[in-house]
Design a protein around this ligand. Structure first.
Ligand code: KG4
Ligand code: ZN
Length: 352
């Protein structure tokens, strides 16, 4: 029997049993990650090799450098994930991989490695959308969580409010009209001269500042649940430039706190509104920006007031990791979705 036939049969068998231990790979941007996840919810191991120091001197991710480092890291990271889960490749039931969205060269490293591993072990290959991975981090953090729920996905490249109707089934409620939330944080951080990656640095600095020091616009959009961050970014840039031109000191902590306050108000207000108006009992957070301390606190307050249950992964599961890919892969597998060895990277893959 050839590989594809045998993998399909195994996938069907796993689907019947409802159980699968999955080795998952993630390499869409600047983290090489591998994890072993049991039945979509239990993380047996999760290894993340961050490339942050490598890109810091350039002020952002350099795609070619990222791809090369993924090539160097992927095998040791996979070995470590298997080892710390107490498994061998023969023990896992399937291999999953992020195939988009992301940097094409970076994605290709994970996709090629996962194909090689699946083929060598004769196991099914499961393609995973990175954004769906972010949403699925909530299934790991909250083992009792089931759709439907509303989810705010705020990462470096995406800002969506979606209604998760069922596993893998989404309805778009709102999205950004311009910059993604993480991108806005990163650009604001750059204006303040903070090193890459700006989001977490700005978060840290904001804790020491006055969030009401600088009045920033509350940008309105036509769509009720849509976002726009570019006006906020321009207002920040203008305020900082004005201070510099006047030879005044730029109070970086106050500016960071004011920006974070404005961005968090925007994100949380629309997400809670969307949850409330669509009758959702639960609101989930996902993506790198969901690790922002201001967003987590404000969401807690707003959801409590609105009588909505708030769920969110711990910060380490909000930023890029492979455990979330292993969780999403389990539900894809249970819906009979596997890939052939012709799987390709899809840099602009959409969630819906
Ligand atoms: O989800 P993620 O790790 O990668 C993508 O899929 O894009 O998100 C990365 C983004 C970056 O823009 C980063 O600056 C932002 O999330 N981020 C944060 C924080 N941690 C990560 N933004 C604000 N506050 C944070 N604590
Ligand atoms: Zn991500």
């Amino acid at each position: 029997m050839n590989y594809e036939q045998s993998a399909k049969e195994q996938a069907q068998r796993l689907r019947r049993t409802g159980h699968a231990t999955i080795l998952a790979l993630e390499s869409s941007c600047d983290e090489t990650a591998a994890a072993v996840v049991q039945d979509g919810r239990r993380v047996l191991s999760s290894v993340i090799a961050s490339q942050i120091p490598l890109h810091a001197m350039y002020g952002g991710v350099v795609p070619e450098i990222a791809s090369r480092r993924h090539v160097e890291s992927v095998d040791p990271v996979v070995d470590e994930a298997l080892k710390s889960a107490g498994k061998t490749l023969a023990d896992v039931d399937a291999v999953a991989v992020t195939y988009g969205p992301g940097l094409v060269g970076a994605l290709l490293v994970g996709v090629s490695s996962a194909k090689a591993l699946a083929y060598a072990a004769g196991k099914p290959l499961i393609p995973v959308n990175h954004i769906e991975g972010h949403v699925s981090a909530n299934y790991i953090a909250h083992p009792e969580l089931e759709p439907p729920f509303v989810c705010l996905v705020a990462s470096g490249g995406h800002s969506h409010i979606v209604r998760v109707e069922d596993y893998g089934v989404y309805t778009l409620l709102g999205q950004t009209m311009d910059d993604a939330a993480g991108e806005a944080f990163d650009k604001a951080a750059r204006v303040l001269g903070l090193p890459y990656p700006g989001g977490p640095q700005l978060d840290r600095l904001a804790r020491e500042g006055n969030p009401h020091a600088l009045k920033l616009p509350h940008v309105q959009t036509q769509g009720r649940y849509d976002y726009s961050f570019s006006g906020l970014k321009t207002a920040l840039l203008n305020a900082v430039n004005r201070l510099r031109q006047q030879g005044q000191e730029v109070p970086a902590a106050d500016i960071a706190a004011s920006f974070q306050h404005a961005a968090v108000e925007l994100l949380s207000e629309k997400a809670v509104l969307a949850a409330r108006e669509t009758g959702a009992a639960t609101l989930a957070l996902a993506g790198g920006v969901a690790s922002n301390s201001g967003l987590r606190n404000t969401m807690n307050d707003k959801c409590q007031r609105a009588g909505i249950r708030l769920v969110m992964p711990p910060p380490i599961l909000c930023t890029d990791n492979a455990a979330m890919i292993g969780s999403a892969a389990y539900y894809r597998l249970m819906h009979g979705e596997t890939a052939g060895l012709d799987l390709n990277a899809c840099p602009s893959l959409r969630l819906l």
